[in-house]
Design a protein around this ligand. Structure first.
Ligand SMILES: [Zn+2]
Length: 268
């Protein structure tokens, strides 16, 4: 299983920390968690360069956007959903090339959104002239529990308190032999515990709504259930201090901790 940090920033993006988006790849199929700007460009640059016979950019991931089976939007804050319309548009326009640019097996993709946003999002797609797409877009409401499964993975959603009285979720993706937890945005660092009740090979956790010291404290109590941690979606005051943060986390935890920058790739 491979994990790509497409965007590692929080509410104020900068170059190197664009908005939140994480792609998990398992045996040629991909699953996207959040779609902050500019995920379409980051995901598609190398496929486009290769198609036109140009040199690819080695620091960027090489991803086939049609390998994406499902997109999970943790909540509707702009830094998590802002890149979604453009991603859907790129998936639509790129299909003009030829019939090999299709989602398998039936040219459809699933999109999970907080239920209260679905009608508004459909209206937005109409405004953006994206209501008729070349592929089938199945939009489904998020709810707690197992929401998606195919022959390779299952994905469960866990409600958190980041947005009160509204839909805000974390996710756990499990394959036959790996488990990855993705926090989205949390109401408090204490909600990290809800993601690691069972062992996870990788915890991807935000660090914009509480300080790193508080996150370290919580992780110290939970680390027996965690193989590796990626801290992402870091607060703008932490940009540029990734190495210093990594050192501080490593000194207090036994498991490996990486502070994410954009385009980080991990193989589990
Ligand atoms: Zn956020």
């Amino acid at each position: 299983m491979k994990v790509f940090i497409i965007g590692s920033g929080s509410g104020i993006p900068i170059f190197g920390h664009f908005n939140e988006s994480v792609l998990v790849e398992e045996k040629g199929c991909s699953y996207l968690f959040d779609a902050g700007e500019p995920c379409a460009a980051t995901l598609h640059t190398n496929a486009l360069l290769k198609f036109y016979g140009l040199e690819i950019i080695r620091s960027l991931p090489f991803i086939d956007i049609y390998s994406i089976k499902s997109i999970f939007i943790s909540h509707s804050d702009a830094d998590h959903i802002g890149g979604l319309p453009m991603l859907l548009q790129v998936m639509h326009l790129w299909q003009k090339r030829n019939v090999s640019f299709r989602f398998q097996p039936d040219n459809s993709i699933h999109l999970y959104l907080p239920s209260e946003t679905i009608d508004i999002f459909r209206d937005l797609l109409r405004v953006l002239h994206l209501s008729t797409l070349r592929y089938k877009l199945h939009i489904k409401p998020l709810r707690e529990g197992c929401i998606y499964s195919d022959e390779l993975v299952r994905v469960s959603a866990i409600r958190n308190s980041h947005i009160r009285n509204n839909g805000s979720f974390s996710f756990i993706l499990s394959s036959r032999d790996k488990r990855v937890a993705y926090s989205g945005d949390l109401g408090s660092e204490l909600e990290t515990a809800d993601l690691v009740g069972e062992y996870v090979d990788l915890l991807i956790v935000e660090c914009a709504h509480f300080n790193p010291e508080r996150l370290r404290e919580v992780l110290r109590k939970l680390e027996r259930n965690i193989g590796m941690v990626i801290v992402t979606h870091i607060h703008p005051s932490l940009y540029g201090r990734e190495k210093e943060m990594e050192k501080n986390f490593s000194e207090s935890l036994n498991c490996k901790v990486i502070i994410a920058k954009d385009h980080l790739k991990i193989e589990l």
